[in-house]
Design a protein around this ligand. Structure first.
Ligand code: PLP
Length: 415
């Protein structure tokens, strides 16, 4: 029988966060090993729960969830999202410019599918959340990466971004607060980036799914408020802030001048209609999630579980002979790197595999996030602080072994 050949579009598409390393971790688990998994930001897997009133809202509307709903999402949910966007200073966000999807994931794809012609370019961060690259490629576009270097606090460099723009560039993607780095962008930086988008007529795509997950007094600046009448699509959802990844509810809201975004809005609506509607059941949780008092602050404030987990990571790195870290100020991850003075060269994929095989800890190597020649790895802040302390003991053991195996000429100068 002839083999079934998959689409050539997939040749450059990767999602290593659930890739080969994760498959190997499953094999090890099946063989009876206890693996500490730090590779996915999935709160429900670490004992976090969605707020009870969201669950109750869904349960009490089960009977109202059996028919297809509006292609853009339940009216009551879109009204709550519009009200949130108005409070944040976004211009012109009405329920008809809001789209609810099966997670932000579905909407990332939809937003790019409605935008791109073959060969169009999209400015993406490196490191990125890899779905943005995958969706760009799958929709015929070309990623153009701007760097968010640790040496620059993982902030983008506006000059570099502007230098990457060509006549084919259509959109600028910002992930703020950032996955995987935890950077939270200051207002002045966002103002510069919006000015670039204005000069070059780029659509702003603001992935703000971690908008309320903030540490150490950091403040979140919604991009839409600064963008004012420029076209901006802002993404949010229930997965992270409301700890309900499995509900699969995300939204995007289109702000800015309604005349110039009309055709794009209509294209989004057509694509939304083609997939009929998002899962109706879980959309009942949106209005209570956005209208009632926020619940995430208790977890990120001193004494809260995420706060303490972040603290354990900061201490783990401070006590390490090999690691450096730009402290994360938002989101659910830390992105440490191995110091150049300890390892002249470093293969993050070899390290991640050894950490799994030798110490039963699963992390994402930095290169999984479209970061070439990475010395980084990403871990989530979701486990308990005790578990994270144990993780750093194991990380240190692997790094010590790798350091002792380095060829003499490339061993770190400080070793
Ligand atoms: C930056 C970013 N955007 C989007 C998503 C997708 O989220 P959802 O569960 O809403 O599909 C994730 C998930 O980890 C993410 O980190």
């Amino acid at each position: 029988m002839a083999s079934i050949i998959p689409s050539a579009h997939l040749a450059d598409v990767r999602y290593e966060i659930r890739g080969a390393l994760t498959r190997r971790a499953r094999e090890l688990e099946a063989a009876g090993l206890d693996i500490i998994k730090l590779n996915i930001g999935n709160p429900g897997r670490y004992g976090f729960e969605a707020p009870a009133h969201l669950r109750e809202a869904i349960a009490s509307h089960l009977h109202d969830s059996e028919a297809y709903g509006h292609e853009q999402g339940l009216e009551i949910a879109r009204e709550a999202i519009a009200a949130q966007q108005h409070r944040r200073g976004a211009q012109g966000v009405e329920p008809e410019r809001i789209f609810i999807g099966n997670g932000v994931s579905e909407l990332i794809d939809l937003s790019l599918r409605a935008l791109l012609q073959p060969g169009d370019e999209v400015l993406l961060p490196s490191p990125d959340y890899p779905l943005w690259s995958a969706a760009t490629i799958l929709n015929g576009g070309q990623p153009r990466y701007y760097r968010c270097l640790a040496a620059n606090a993982h902030f983008p460099d506006p000059q570099e971004i502007e230098s990457l723009i060509t006549p084919r560039t259509r959109a600028l993607v910002l992930i703020n607060p950032n996955n995987p780095t935890g950077a939270v962008y200051p207002r002045a930086l966002l103002q510069q980036l919006v000015a670039i988008a204005a000069r070059h007529r780029l659509l702003l795509l603001a992935d703000e799914i971690y908008d309320e997950i903030l540490y150490d007094g950091a403040t979140f600046q919604p991009l839409a408020e600064i963008a004012a009448d420029l076209p901006c699509l802002s993404f949010g959802g229930l997965s992270k802030v409301h700890r309900a990844c499995g509900y699969r509810v995300g939204w995007m809201s289109l702000s800015g001048d309604p005349v110039h975004t009309r055709a794009y809005r209509d294209a989004l609506q057509l694509l939304a209609a083609l997939r009929l509607c998002a899962n109706v059941t879980a959309q009942w949780a949106v209005a209570p999630a956005l209208q009632d008092a926020p619940t995430i602050g208790a977890l990120t404030a001193p004494g809260g579980r995420l706060h303490d987990a972040r603290d354990a990571v900061l201490r783990g790195v401070a006590g390490s002979d090999y690691l450096d870290l730009v402290a994360p100020h938002g989101a659910l991850y830390a992105f440490p790197q191995v110091r150049v003075d300890r390892f002249a060269s470093f293969d993050d994929e070899v390290f991640a595999l050894r950490l799994l095989e030798e110490e039963s800890v699963l992390v994402g190597p930095g290169s999984s996030f479209n970061l070439p020649r990475s010395r980084h790895f990403r871990l989530t802040l979701l486990p308990s602080s005790a578990q994270l302390r144990e993780v750093f003991v194991r990380v240190e053991r692997v790094l010590a072994r790798m350091a002792s195996e380095q060829p003499l000429q490339s061993a770190g100068v400080a070793a």
